[in-house]
Design a protein around this ligand. Structure first.
Ligand code: PXP
Length: 237
């Protein structure tokens, strides 16, 4: 069965709109786990625009499944990860002005830098996954680094403008998965997956885990709105 990792970054995004304490990401993580999430994903960005160090500490203490910490190759972030010791670290590229993680980590270009990060993280027994584009050269470089798992960036597939383009991008994901499996890698996938496009990716033979955030949080807002209004109405009557 394909596992589901739920990314709770945007619970913190909502909190940061008011710089307050609600909604609390740990409580969201608890609810995700209760609903069957297999792991909780959080991205400690260099700009701390949503998840903060304190969130990561609390998540580490409270998560009962697995904490998958997404992070860049920045030295101070690697140091934080080594202290927090998530069950898994997913190395991602990061650019200040981006709205979200745009594109996979260029493993070919950053080979030495990733190698140095891997040494530090492995010393703390942290399993490491690399978030990469579904390209043979990136998969080969990841395998050469000795990582056991990769996450394929599904953004191009998710952003497809028509079914022909989607079909082409799906084929690329299928081929990349088959190639990675042949190389002995565990394959995960994520980014931009939603309630309309997830099924085709979930069916790809060899994909073990999907990491999904934005679509789930969006659905939660709308799915919970009716109840939230009813509860408020009761209180003011
Ligand atoms: N996987 C990785 C590595 C990501 O960086 C993200 C976005 O933070 C996701 C999965 C989830 O993407 P989305 O929020 O679009 O579902």
């Amino acid at each position: 069965m394909v596992r589901l990792g739920v990314n709770i970054d945007h619970v913190a995004t909502l909190r940061e709109v008011r710089h307050g304490i609600n909604p609390e990401p740990c409580f969201a993580a608890f609810l995700c786990e209760a609903a069957g999430a297999d792991s909780i994903v959080a991205h400690l960005r260099e700009d701390r625009r949503h998840i903060k160090e304190n969130d990561v500490d609390l998540l580490r203490q409270t998560i009962k499944t697995r904490l998958n910490l997404e992070m860049s190759l920045a030295e101070d972030i690697i140091e934080i990860a080594c202290e927090v010791k998530p069950d898994q670290a997913t190395l991602v590229p990061e650019r200040r002005q981006e709205l979200t993680t745009e594109g996979g980590l260029n493993v070919v270009f950053n080979f030495k830098k990733i190698e140095r990060a891997l040494v530090k993280l492995k010393k703390q027994n942290i399993a490491v996954s690399l978030f990469i584009d579904p390209e043979k050269s990136q998969i080969d470089a990841a395998a050469m680094l000795g990582v056991k798992m990769i996450e394929l960036h599904t953004g191009r597939y998710a952003d497809s403008q028509n079914s022909r383009q989607q079909g082409r991008n799906l084929k690329q994901l299928e081929a990349a998965t088959a190639h990675a499996v042949k190389k002995g890698l565990h394959v995960f996938a994520g980014h931009g997956l939603d309630y309309n496009n997830v099924d085709k990716v979930a069916r790809i033979k060899g994909v073990e885990e999907l990491n999904i955030g934005y679509a789930i949080i969006c659905r939660a807002v709308l799915a919970g709105l009716e109840r939230a209004v009813k509860e408020m109405k009761l209180l003011i009557q």
